[in-house]
Each structure stands twice: as structure tokens, then as C-alpha cells.
Write a protein that binds this ligand. Structure first.
Ligand code: ADP
Length: 484
């Protein structure tokens, strides 16, 4: 697939440190999850290169921070334009290394680029405050200043958007950045960095250090332990988030964590069932179920349960599964063999505990898994507690509103949640009662650049996107001026 790139120079295999592409002495292979084909060998760097990147970011900080917001705005806007002009090529690289259907990949490029556009605009609006004085001989001001050198560790499921959602606000705020992209999807990240360079982001302001799984752990240690880095933003598993939080404790680093979810999707008796079926499909099966906001547990009220599962399973059974470059494919491969094992273990466990497979349930040849719906799900199943991160929808039955709320909240996670109802009282009651950072009501897709994305409980810390997103990268400074 990569032979079809309109601009082959977007395919980079080095890391980018202080304005130079760095190949290093070792490499690791990147493969196509749909075919197993070898795509590229990418620089396998380690701790010392991470340190170099941090030093470069630190050296570049005064000049970048010294630009006006409008100057940073212009450069970021140019990066946004270049991302959109190269949407097809970036999407091609993304589908090749990540597997998501090409149309979805193009959608992610637009979504990823939208953060660059949004924060380019916000670069001009880091307004401070003046406060009423407590004595007439003084004046009190609050200014916002960039936090400094920032690090970003990103996952493979959104190889572009999880980078831009962190990097764009950091750069807009006047910070410099070191990125450690996921080892399974570095090529999308590198193409984005190439475009950032073309857009005029100065040397050292944006650096990326690539490595394999072991090297990522070493680089992660440097990013966490190095005192020059003042902020770490991570998207990935709760398990790794805990490790990073511990590693950041000695240097009291500011942290933004976007971790695992276990999203409930509730359908009440008064819901529009056709709309709920479409919402459940969009929420559950996008990216083959590999997003942190994917519905993980479907709760359907007794009165509409049979009607919902029948329509839902029929729609799911008709999905075309295959290589994301094939026309009409709506579900691609899973990212790696371990992901298939996890889905299979959740299916087997559910079946052993009385779950009824309505469609799917099996692995397909290669790295594919049938889109699966299991009825009669119960709270003792693994799927009730763990994030499946794959194309499996367990459907639980409930009787009362309170029962649904209690079941939805019975998890340590709190990222996204969804429910369908046409009753305005219920919409407020349930919307307020769900212990989640985000609630989709009569809708299955909620993410966009100008809303605060993030979770509560063990789903993380902080919010990305929206006008709040840039505050993550700004410190407040209070100036107290006397002798007026
Ligand atoms: P996922 O469940 O999305 O695979 P992970 O949390 O394993 O999530 O990985 C997300 C990112 O975190 C990747 O870039 C990966 O290389 C990185 N990572 C994984 N383990 C560590 C670690 N111990 N220290 C630093 N980074 C890590």
C-alpha cells in the first residue's frame, strides 16, 4: 500500500531530534496487521537519545516561548493545512500500519488535524486576569506562561490524533515537546512530524524519539525522571499510567493521563430503538472496538431488550470484515495477536457463564475477529469488569433506572458513557448520576476538538481539547504590584 503514496517522502524511518532525522544504529520492524507484510524498519533509539531530545527541546524553549501567540498561530495553521493537503497519504500510512478502514483513517486525519487548527486559534487567547486590589496602593495581575519542556507518550489506536491532541496545545502555549509514539504505529507520527517541519516549526521545538517495546520503557523512564521535563501527557492503559505516575513522583511532574475505559451504553424502554442500534454500532465497532471510548457493556431495559438485540445482531452480522483498503470494509484487523486472545478469552468466559452468542464469536484467518454480539450477559463475566478493546458487544438486561445506573457505575473506570432515552427528566437524572467524564445522550460518537475529553476515577487526569485543553500547558503566575 505504501508504494501508492503521492508524496513518498512522507515515509520516514528515523527519529527527529533538534531538527535532524536520526537513524541510530539499530532498528525495529513495523508490520501491516491486515497482511503481516513488512512495511519499514524504524530507528530503535534509547535513553541517551531521549536525553538529547529533551536537551534540544530545552534549548529551543526560550525562542519558541518568546514568539507571540499570533506567530505560533501562523505556524500551527500552516501545519494544519499541510496535514489536510496530505490527508490521503497520511491515511494510507495509517491504514497500512494500524489496520483501520481507509475511510476511518481519513476521518482520523481530519480529526487529528482539527486539534492543530483549534489550538492554533487558542494560541492567541491565553488571556490573563486583573483582580480587584486588597489595598489601593497595589494592583494584582494573573498571567499565563508555558510550563516548559513537555513529553507525550501516545498509543497505537489513534496514531495521529493522540499526538496532535497533546502536541498542538503544548506548542500553542509556547512549550516545546518530545514525543514517544507507539512502537506499532510510528510511521503516521513521523509523517506528521515531517509536515510540522515543513510548516516551519523550528529545530528542537518538536522532537520525536522512536523505539520498540523495550526501548519505549527506557525512553519512558528518561521522560519521567528527567527534571527538565515539566509535564508528561500519556494516553494508554491504566496499568502503564500507574507506572508513569510513580516514575514522575520524584520530580513532581504535572501529569495528564487518558487511560482505560469500560464504557456503559444504556438503552431505556423509552428510547428510539433504531437510533440506539445505530449509536451502539458506531460506539462499539469503530476501529474494530479498539478505542478507549468504545461501548464495552450494553445495558438494555427489559421491555425493549428482545427487539434491540434482534435488530442490533442482524446489523452486526452484515458487517464486511477485511483489509481496510478494500471497498466496503467496516472492520479491519486487530492490532496484534494478543488482542485476539483477549477478545477470545472474553467470549469464552461469557459463554461458559451462560452468554448466548447471537452472531460472531470466532477468530477469522489472520489477525481478524468476527464482530460479535452476546446476549444474556451477567455481572460475573469478565466483560463486565475489563475493557475488551475488540469487536465484542455483551448485552445485559435490566429492569429499573436505578439498577442501570448502579451497574454502569460499578467499575473503577470513568471515561465515556452513553444512554438512550426520550424522557427529559430521565435524561437529566441519568446524565448527572453517571460517574463519567463524558456522557453521550442519544448519540454514539461524541469526540470533537472543541469539547473537553477525559475521564474521572482510574480513567485518568486532566482534559484534552476545548479551550480548557491549553490550560494544561500553562502555569498561572500571580503578580502583586505595590507602590502605585
Ligand atoms: P495500549 O493498551 O494502548 O497498547 P500501552 O499503555 O501499553 O497501551 O501503550 C501506550 C504507549 O505507552 C505506547 O507508546 C507504549 O510504547 C508506551 N509504554 C508502554 N509501556 C511503557 C512503560 N513502561 N513506560 C513508558 N512507556 C510505555
Amino acid at each position: 500500500p505504501l508504494a501508492l503514496l503521492k508524496d513518498p517522502s512522507l515515509l520516514k524511518t528515523g527519529s527527529f531530534i533538534n531538527g535532524d532525522w536520526v537513524q541510530g544504529t539499530a532498528s525495529f520492524a513495523v508490520e501491516d496487521p491486515a497482511t503481516g507484510a513488512h512495511l519499514a524498519d524504524v530507528a530503535r533509539l534509547g535513553r541517551s537519545e531521549a536525553r538529547q531530545a529533551i536537551d534540544a527541546a530545552n534549548a529551543a524553549l526560550p525562542a519558541w516561548r518568546g514568539k507571540t501567540g499570533k506567530e505560533r498561530h501562523a505556524i500551527l495553521l500552516q501545519w494544519f493545512r499541510l496535514l489536510m493537503e496530505n490527508q490521503e497519504d497520511i491515511a494510507r500510512i495509517m491504514t497500512a500500519e494500524q489496520g483501520k478502514p481507509f475511510a476511518e483513517a481519513k476521518g482520523e486525519v481530519a480529526y487529528g488535524a482539527s486539534f492543530v487548527e483549534w489550538f492554533a486559534e487558542e494560541a492567541k487567547r491565553t488571556n490573563g486576569e486583573t483582580l480587584p486590589q486588597f489595598d489601593n496602593n497595589r494592583r494584582l495581575l494573573v498571567i499565563k506562561q508555558p510550563i516548559g519542556v513537555c513529553a507525550a507518550i501516545t498509543p497505537w489506536n489513534f496514531p495521529l490524533a493522540m499526538i496532535t491532541r497533546k502536541v498542538a496545545p503544548a506548542l500553542a502555549a509556547g512549550c516545546t515537546v518530545v514525543i514517544k509514539p507507539a512502537e506499532l504505529t510510528p510511521l503516521t507520527a513521523l509523517a506528521a512530524i515531517e509536515l510540522a517541519q515543513r510548516a516551519g516549526i523550528p529545530a528542537g521545538v518538536l522532537n520525536i524519539v522512536t523505539s520498540d517495546a523495550q526501548g519505549s520503557i527506557d525512553i519512558g523512564k528518561e521522560l519521567c525522571e528527567n527534571d527538565t521535563v515539566r509535564h508528561l501527557s500519556f494516553t494508554g492503559s491504566t496499568e502503564v499510567g500507574r507506572i508513569l505516575m510513580q516514575q514522575c513522583a520524584p520530580t513532581i511532574k504535572k501529569l495528564a493521563l487518558e487511560l482505560g475505559g469500560n464504557a456503559p451504553f444504556i438503552v431505556f424502554d423509552d428510547a428510539d430503538i433504531d437510533s440506539a442500534v445505530e449509536g451502539a454500532i458506531a460506539s462499539k465497532y469503530r476501529n474494530a472496538g479498539q478505542t478507549c471510548v468504545c461501548a464495552n457493556r450494553l445495558y438494555v431495559q427489559d421491555g425493549v431488550y428482545d427487539r434491540f438485540v434482534e435488530k442490533f445482531a442482524a446489523r452486526v452480522a452484515a458487517f464486511k470484515v477485511g483489509n481496510g483498503f478494500e471497498d466496503g470494509v467496516v472492520q479491519g484487523p486487530l492490532i496484534e495477536p494478543a488482542a485476539l486472545d483477549k477478545v477470545q478469552s472474553h467470549v469464552d468466559d461469557a459463554v461458559a457463564k451462560g452468554g448466548k452468542v447471537l452472531t460472531g464469536g470466532q477468530r477469522l484467518e489472520g489477525q481478524f475477529f468476527e464482530p460479535t454480539v452476546i446476549a444474556n450477559a451477567t455481572a460475573d463475566m469478565k466483560v463486565a469488569r475489563e475493557e475488551t478493546f475488540g469487536p465484542l458487544a455483551p448485552v445485559f438486561r435490566f429492569q429499573t433506572e436505578q439498577e442501570a445506573i448502579d451497574a454502569a457505575n460499578a467499575t473503577e473506570f470513568g471515561l465515556a458513557s452513553y444512554f438512550y432515552s426520550r424522557d427529559v427528566g430521565r435524561i437529566f437524572r441519568v446524565g448527572e448520576a453517571l460517574e463519567y467524564g463524558m456522557v453521550g445522550i442519544n448519540v454514539g460518537i461524541i469526540a470533537t476538538e472543541h469539547v473537553p475529553f477525559g475521564g474521572v476515577k482510574q480513567s485518568g487526569l486532566g482534559r484534552e481539547g476545548s479551550h480548557h485543553g491549553i490550560d494544561e500547558y500553562l502555569e498561572l503566575k500571580y503578580l502583586c504590584l505595590g507602590d502605585i
